[in-house]
Structure formats: C-alpha cells, structure tokens
Design a binder for this molecule. Structure first.
Ligand code: ASP
Ligand code: MG
Length: 402
C-alpha cells in the first residue's frame, strides 16, 4: 500500500515526540508499505517565527514572511529523516521546491495547483520513506509560498490525491472528531465516521481538527481521510463521502463564541439595497455569515447579519461611511454573541430536527437571537454566556453522548 501520513506541530514538538513518530513511521514502512510523510513545523515554531519578524518590522513583505515561515517545516523534515536513519530506516527529506509543489502567486494564502510526482516516485522506488514539508509551495517566480495557517493538512491531501495513495492519515493530538468539544461537553463521543460535508461544516464552525481546504480537496478528489492521535493507538475518525453506519441524524454540535451581530434599521425598501450593502462589505473582505432581512413595514426593512467579532471595528467604519448613502435610519451592534450549530447529514430526510433544537433551548432557558438553516446544519445565534449550556442541552437532547 501507499500511505500518506501527516503529523501536526504538536506531534513533533520536541525530540521525544519526533522519535516517537519516527517509530510509528518505521512500523508502517517495515510492514512493506510505501510511506510519504508530511510534517508541520515543531510545536509553536510558526508563531515564534511570526513574533521574530514583528520584532524587526511591523509590516514585513509577504514574500519575506513566507521565506521565513517555510523554514519551520524544513527543520521538521530534516530532523525526522535523521530520526529514521537512527532506526535504520532509509529516508529522505524534501521541501516544496525539490518536490515542485506549484501554487498560485499569493504569498501567505497561496493555493496548491499542481504537485509534480516524479521526485517522490523515484524516492519511493529507491525504498526511501519520503518526508515532505507541509504548508508550503513554490509560485511561478519559483519563490516559496505558504498555504495559510494550518495548511499542512492540505499538503497531505493534495499529495495523496496526486499519487493516488491508498490511505491518508492525519495525526494530531486528539483521538479524532468528536460529537462536540470534550472540554465543553464532557460526555462527547468520538465519531467512527463522518461525511466530507459534515466535516466541512464542523471545520468552518470552529472544530479545529482539520484545515477547511484539506476537506474540500479530499471531497473533490475522493481521498478518504483518517484523523487520529499520534500519542496512542486509538482508531480515529474516518472522513468519507458516505458513512456506512446507519445514517446518523446528527453528528455533532459546534460552538463559536466570537460572534457579533450588526442590525441596519429602517432601510428604504427598494431593489438593489442588499446588493449595495453587502457589496461594500465584500469589497472590504468582510466575511458575512448569517443574513436575515425582515418583511417590510411602511416601506422600510431591517437587515441583520452576523460576523466574526474580530471584523467588527472594520464593519463599523464601513457602516459609518455609508449610512447616509444606504438610506439606513439606525444601526445596532451586539458583540457578545455566540453561534451554536448542529450538523448532520441525516437532517435532509428528517423533519423535526429544528423543533427539537428549539425545545432544548426552551428547556435550558436560552433565548434565540437569529436562526439559520441549511440542508445539513441548523445554526442559532445566542448570548455568549449561554453557549456552553446550549451546547450541552442540544447534545443531551439528541443523545449524542456516551
Ligand atoms: N506550521 C503551520 C502553522 O502552524 C502549518 C501547519 O501547522 O499546518 O500554521
Ligand atoms: Mg502548526
């Protein structure tokens, strides 16, 4: 079999962990498999490199930032090759330029376009374990680029797709994907399987187990992923197109307590208003999440939307600058909100999920601000202080726990 294994920063944080991971890799190799390993930078290395840059410049060039950040992954792969050599396992480390992992131009947020397979294949042919830097690529100028924070998952999936690997295992410091964050919901249960779509929803909802784009890519190229811990032998969670266990109604509950709401009040009701407003926000790179527009009364409408709290200051500026032009009579901000979402592929064919969520909120005495639904997700906006209680109440209502 050809197996891609990706190890995150915490799994290779220090010498002991590097050696521990080397043992795992050696075992897989000695079973007769071809092994490609993708690594993140050790521990907090990426953050430390960012801090170093800040000591020198408040606004360093993006090209030089990538030149700097890519050194983190390069340290990991070299150290891992040494650790494998100590175990008598032939291994070679390669960076993005040596493999030729081509990306778009944009430093810091580059997208992988094409991974050349020649070098990796010839190293596999020579029976080497091939250890590749995650998170980086080269652009058309042959400059190093990075894929955005957490991007090593995406490197692993892209390599698995390009080489048509039999398995892509993502090793991290948790045992897999859970029905909820176990720090908030203590009886949360590890899922055996989850669909790509559910994982995408959970990933974007702040269940930070996998990089969002890695899941998108896995779905597109049908790469089955296994998320598991590098610290124990637990089986992990498989992410795939369709789950085999009887279609679960609900697979998880996620919470995000960094949400703000903006309400634009009494807007003149005529065509093009929503476009004008959201176009201005979009042009300023504001990521708007839930939008609701109320029915017009006496020729006026209200529009409310939620955003990441971190972009509230930017939004305030945009609103202030445009309020007259938009014909908005008043504006209201609420920055103490949380979003709780329930995700499940089984929702599509099952009515009554929403009412069960509302019942749970009623029982727990949680007031709902805004509701939004999609085929496999229901999200509610509530007071931040209610988030944990709400998550536990929903988790219990659907009997998701152990
Ligand atoms: N080292 C990078 C980061 O910390 C990439 C990764 O870990 O996937 O964001
Ligand atoms: Mg990292």
């Amino acid at each position: 079999m050809l197996i891609v294994q990706k190890y995150g920063g915490s799994s290779v944080a220090d010498a002991t962990r590097v050696k521990n991971v080397a043992n795992r890799i050696a075992k897989t190799y000695q079973q007769g498999n071809g092994v490609i390993v993708v690594l993140s930078a050790q521990g907090d290395t990426t953050d430390e490199l960012i801090a170093k840059a800040k000591e020198i410049s408040s606004n360093p060039s993006k090209r030089e930032m990538d030149m700097l950040l890519t050194t983190g992954e390069q340290q990991s792969v070299a150290l891992m090759a040494m650790a494998l050599a100590e175990l008598g396992v032939p291994a070679i480390s390669l960076n993005a330029a040596q493999v030729k992992m081509h990306t778009s131009r944009d430093y810091g947020v580059a997208r992988l376009k094409k991974i050349e397979t020649g070098r990796i294949e010839s190293e596999l042919y020579r029976k080497n374990v091939v250890i590749v830097t995650g998170f980086q690529g080269i652009n058309r100028y042959e400059d190093l680029t990075t894929l955005g924070r957490g991007g090593s998952d995406t490197t692993a999936v892209a390599i698995a797709a390009a080489l048509n690997a039999d398995k892509c295992e993502i090793y991290t410091d948790v045992d897999g994907v859970y029905t909820a964050d176990p720090r908030i919901v203590p009886n949360a249960k590890k899922l055996e399987e989850i669909t790509y779509s559910e994982m995408l929803e959970l990933a974007s909802l702040g269940a930070k187990v996998l990089h969002n784009r890695s899941v998108e890519m896995a779905k597109r190229y049908n790469v089955e992923l296994v998320v598991r811990s590098s610290l124990n032998e637990s089986e992990g969670t498989t992410v795939k197109e369709e789950t085999e266990v009887e279609k679960m109604l609900i697979s998880g509950v996620a919470g995000d307590d960094n949400v703000a709401r903006v309400s634009l009040l009494k807007i003149v009701d005529k065509p093009g208003k929503a476009f004008e407003i959201f176009n201005a926000l979009g042009k300023n790179n504001i990521n708007v999440d839930i939008i609701i527009q109320s029915v017009a009364t006496d020729g006026k409408r209200n529009i409310s939307f939620s955003i990441d709290k971190d972009s509230l200051e930017d939004v305030k500026k945009i609103v202030e600058a445009n309020i007259k032009k938009w014909g908005v009579a008043g504006v209201e901000y609420d920055e103490n909100l949380a979003k709780v979402s329930v995700v499940g592929a089984g929702m599509v064919s099952n009515a009554g999920v929403a009412s069960k969520v509302f019942e749970a909120m009623y029982d727990a005495d949680v007031n709902i601000n805004i509701i939004s639904t999609s085929e496999i997700k229901i999200s509610i906006l509530i007071e931040k202080d209610d988030m944990k209680r709400a998550m536990r109440a929903i988790h219990d209502k659907f009997n998701l726990g152990n």
